[in-house]
Design a protein around this ligand. Sequence first.
Ligand code: NAD
Ligand code: UDP
Length: 389
Amino acid sequence: MSSSSARVDLDGNPINPLTICMIGAGGFIGSHLCEKLMTETQHTVLAVDVYNDKIKHLLEPDSLPWAGRIQFHRLNIKNDSRLEGLIKCSDLTVNLAAICTPADYNTRPLDTIYSNFIDALPVVKYCSENNKRLIHFSTCEVYGKTIGSFLPQDSPLRQDPAYYLLTEDTSPCIFGSIEKQRWSYACAKQLIERLIYAEGAENGLEFTIVRPFNWIGPRMDFIPGIDGPSEGVPRVLACFSNNLLRREPLKLVDGGESQRTFVYIKDAIEAVHLMIENPARANGHIFNVGNPNNEVTVRQLAEMMTKVYSKVSGEDSIETPTIDVSSKEFYGEGYDDSDKRIPDMTIINKQLGWDPKTSLWDLLESTLTYQHRTYAEAVKQSIAKPLAN
Ligand code: NAD
Ligand code: UDP
């Protein structure tokens, strides 16, 4: 698409170039959002993060067509007085910064709560005090468990969407007990959502809250021992990619029975782009962003990823492609899980006309092609090294 000034919003109004303060711009979602904004719009991004490896290709060299429209600011929002100035000189703030890997929720609950609630507070405050619009990233995990999960296993009501469909303005948020520290993340995200909502109601803050439902694609997380710590536990896409690259069985936590819907990052970014450019339709709303058609159990995901990886790498799969592991062994004490996550798409469809397009097979094919191209050689070398020594 060209980035001509003739671009219009969903109501036919011309889109004026914005300055966007994007916090957490160096992460998985941030890198794709920066890419979209640089290649398809005339907006300027003040990219805030402690890391910039995933957006390096957008920052260098200086001759890139969008040079001058993206500036990287290396700062930690926990303790940096420059943050308010960056928010003040922007039209819109997008806050993506967070600790958001389940392996941290029960093992680093304090960091998780501080990151998702306390560190987000000044961002909300500066937006509210300076009358700046805020798009805040929350999570589908605020819904917690489905009502249906409390029904007997064989209850026919489990098939009724009223017992599992997750709807922004009507579904309750159901978390486990306090010892189940898994829920520290969801609870912190829920409280910051409530605070933003209250700032909107009492002080007129213009806000949009995004609840991502398992967005996946290239650049998600890291491969342990290659571009992240050897003992690190990323989210499921990177865990399974790592196992496939190393020709190890994929580990199914508690039998891999939990269900998830996966959406391709490029489809999801399209939804965020619409929110950015259609404030009148997005302000005051909480949006589910996911793909209800891409539901699988984690076991089915493992099976599909094994097949797709075989296709893109040209390697046969190993004899025992999966093994079961208990959540206590894999994540430690205090882990718990969301049983099922199907987003109700009514609100985003009505407000922004957005629908995801990419099937699970197709999104895994492009993502695993990327993983293979990016990591296969480095993994091979890291496996060979100890043998050579
Ligand atoms: P990510 O970890 O790849 O990106 C987060 C970025 O925030 C990282 O680059 C990190 O360095 C940065 N950051 C964290 N704390 C910071 C601080 N104090 N100062 C400056 N930068 C800081 O995660 P992501 O997948 O891109 O997720 C982005 C947001 O979306 C998060 O708020 C997350 O909770 C939410 N979310 C994502 C998903 C998903 O499917 N990817 C699902 C649910 C919620
Ligand atoms: N999971 C798994 N094996 C792994 C990593 C994750 O079985 O190697 C499971 C995890 O227990 C959860 C699901 O996969 O049921 C999705 O995990 P993810 O880390 O992506 O985050 P979540 O969707 O729970 O926020």
